[in-house]
Write a protein that binds this ligand. Structure first.
Ligand code: FPP
Length: 284
């Protein structure tokens, strides 16, 4: 086997089959064998995103690969949630928003929806002491009233128990979609205009943000989606206007600390220009 290294890729040439070149990205070869601790230490502490948003995708495919039911993948996905939230605390990400159940997910088979709701209730109940121990504050966004009562009660309890924690804020997007959120905001604004308490000329972007579910937090600088899908799927459409997107083929149950740190490293190698030129950015 011969190896050729380019800037980001390694080409492996099998000498027995010289026409076949296998391409690996740099991290697959060199980052995987190191421990999460090692990769964590190569991060620039002064350039950690404050807020990371994640579309956790690929639980069903992961389960299928193991010859199991889809719900087995969701159960395993909880372990990734735990590791990623822990990783946020370790490197100083202050807010992490997880797309745990979208408005569109209600259209899944009833068995899967029921199992997901049960998993949510049992996970919140089991994990709350751990969240507290790690200084994690729980918050939710979405049409929470559409969730089963048991789920709403468990969430409310955990939100109240963890409310004074300050290390990381874990925001679960549940029964959430961006179009639902923006539509609700527009309705509220229209009501204020109708009542004469708001004039249309006073409506600015900052004003609209106050009506979104996320008004308390800064916008995410980084959005991660697992499982090789390259879509935004009705997630934080307004809030991700200037976010960097990181897509990985890794399925969510395999997305652990190591994978998270890789995503942060990739973010740190991006140049964020906010519509300006590179020259303007380097002069600032
Ligand atoms: C997408 O994978 C995943 C979901 C719709 C649910 C995510 C839920 C969890 C990770 C567990 C519960 C989370 C918390 C926070 C307690 P998919 O089912 O669409 O996978 P597929 O694309 O391979 O079918």
């Amino acid at each position: 086997m011969l190896a050729f290294q380019t800037d980001f890729f390694i080409l492996l040439k099998n000498l027995k089959e010289p026409n076949k070149l296998v391409v690996f990205d740099y991290f697959t070869i060199f980052a995987d064998p190191v421990t999460p601790m090692d990769l964590k230490h190569s991060l620039d502490k002064n350039n950690i995103p404050k807020h990371v948003a994640i579309i956790m995708d690929g639980n069903g495919r992961w389960a299928k690969q193991q010859g199991e039911d889809r719900i087995f993948g969701h159960h395993e996905g909880v372990n990734s949630v735990r590791e990623v939230v822990e990783a946020c605390g370790e490197i100083g990400v202050k807010f992490v928003t997880l797309y745990a159940f979208s408005t569109e997910n209600w259209n899944r088979p009833k068995d899967e929806v029921d199992a997901l709701m049960e998993l949510l209730v049992s996970t919140i109940s089991l994990e709350t002491p751990n969240l507290n121990k790690k200084g994690v504050k729980l918050e939710v966004i979405g049409d929470i009233k559409s969730l089963p009562n048991s789920c709403q009660a468990e969430l409310q309890e955990s939100i109240s128990i963890t409310s004074s924690n300050t290390t990381v804020t874990l925001i679960l997007a549940l029964s959430y979609s961006s179009k639902w959120e923006i539509t609700s905001a527009v309705k509220e604004i229209a009501q204020h205009v109708k009542e004469g308490t708001l004039s249309p000329e006073d409506i600015t972007g900052k004003h609209i943000e106050k009506y979104l579910n996320t008004s308390k937090w800064p916008d995410p600088e980084l959005m991660i989606r697992t499982s090789g899908e390259h879509r935004i799927s009705n997630f934080l459409l307004w809030q991700l206007a200037y976010a960097e997107f990181y897509f990985t083929d890794t399925l969510w149950p395999d997305f652990r600390k190591q994978e998270f740190f890789k995503a942060i490293l990739a973010y740190q190698n991006r140049e964020r220009r906010f519509g300006q030129t590179s020259e303007q950015i380097s002069q600032n």
